[in-house]
Ligand binder design. Structure first.
Ligand code: HEM
Length: 177
C-alpha cells in the first residue's frame, strides 16, 4: 500500500479520507434527521453536540481532500464504459463536494444567525431556538435530501461496477490488496 494513488488503485491517504468522510456523513444524516424530529430541547441539544463538531470535521476533511487531489495526487484511471458515463461520474462527484460544502455553510449560517451554539453547549438547553425561523434552515433540509439522492447514485454506480462489470472497484478503494 502506497501513500499516493497509482493508475490502478487509490493510495492510503485518499482511501482514509474517503471512508472517514463517508462515516461522518452517515452520522451527520442520522443525527440531523433525528434532531430535527425531536421536540425535547435537551435531547435535541445532545444530538446537535455531536452534529456540529462532526459537520466541521467534514469541512476540514473536504478541504484536505480538495488540496490533496489538486496538489499531491492523481486519480487512478477511470473505470467508466463510455465518455458519457465518465462525464456523469465526474458530475456526481463534483456535486457531492458542492452539496457537502453547502450543507456546512447553511449549518453554520443557521447556528450563527440563531446564536444557538451557546444554548447547545450549555447545561441549560431550555432556550434552544427554533431553527425554522432562519433562512439557511431551508437549504440545509433540501441539501440533506439531495445529498441522500447523490449518495444513492454513488453507491449504485459502485455496485454496478463491482457486480455487473466485474471491475473490482471496492478493492481499488480499500486498504487490503
Ligand atoms: C455535511 C455536513 C452536514 C450534513 C450532512 C448535515 C445533515 C443534517 C440533516 C439531515 C438535518 C435534518 C434536516 C431536516 O430534517 O430537514 C440537519 C439539521 C441541522 N443541522 Fe446539519 N448537517 C451538516 C452540517 C452541519 C453543520 C456544520 C452545522 C452547524 C455548524 C449543522 C447544524 C444543524 C442544525 C442546527 C440542524 C437543525 C436541527 C433542527 O431543525 O432541529 N449541520 N443537518
Amino acid at each position: 500500500m502506497t501513500i499516493k494513488s497509482s493508475p490502478q488503485t487509490y493510495g492510503a491517504v485518499a482511501i482514509s479520507l474517503h471512508w472517514l468522510s463517508a462515516l461522518l456523513i452517515l452520522a451527520l444524516l442520522w443525527s440531523g434527521f433525528r434532531a430535527a424530529g425531536l421536540h425535547d430541547p435537551a435531547a435535541k441539544a445532545a444530538l446537535l453536540r455531536l452534529h456540529l463538531p462532526a459537520g466541521l470535521l467534514v469541512l476540514a476533511l473536504t478541504a484536505a481532500r480538495i488540496l490533496w487531489w489538486l496538489g499531491f495526487d492523481a486519480k487512478p484511471a477511470a473505470l467508466a464504459a463510455s465518455p458519457l458515463q465518465q462525464r456523469a461520474a465526474s458530475f456526481v462527484h463534483i456535486l457531492l463536494y458542492v452539496v457537502m460544502l453547502g450543507m456546512v455553510a447553511s449549518g453554520l449560517g443557521m447556528t450563527i444567525s440563531t446564536g444557538a451554539a451557546g444554548h447547545i453547549f450549555s447545561p441549560d438547553t431550555s432556550a434552544l431556538p427554533d431553527f425554522w425561523r432562519v433562512r439557511p434552515r431551508i437549504p440545509h433540509g433540501l441539501g440533506a435530501r439531495l445529498l441522500l439522492a447523490l449518495l444513492g447514485l454513488h453507491v449504485a454506480a459502485a455496485l454496478y461496477h463491482q457486480f455487473v462489470r466485474g471491475d473490482a472497484v471496492f478493492r481499488r478503494i480499500w486498504f487490503a490488496r
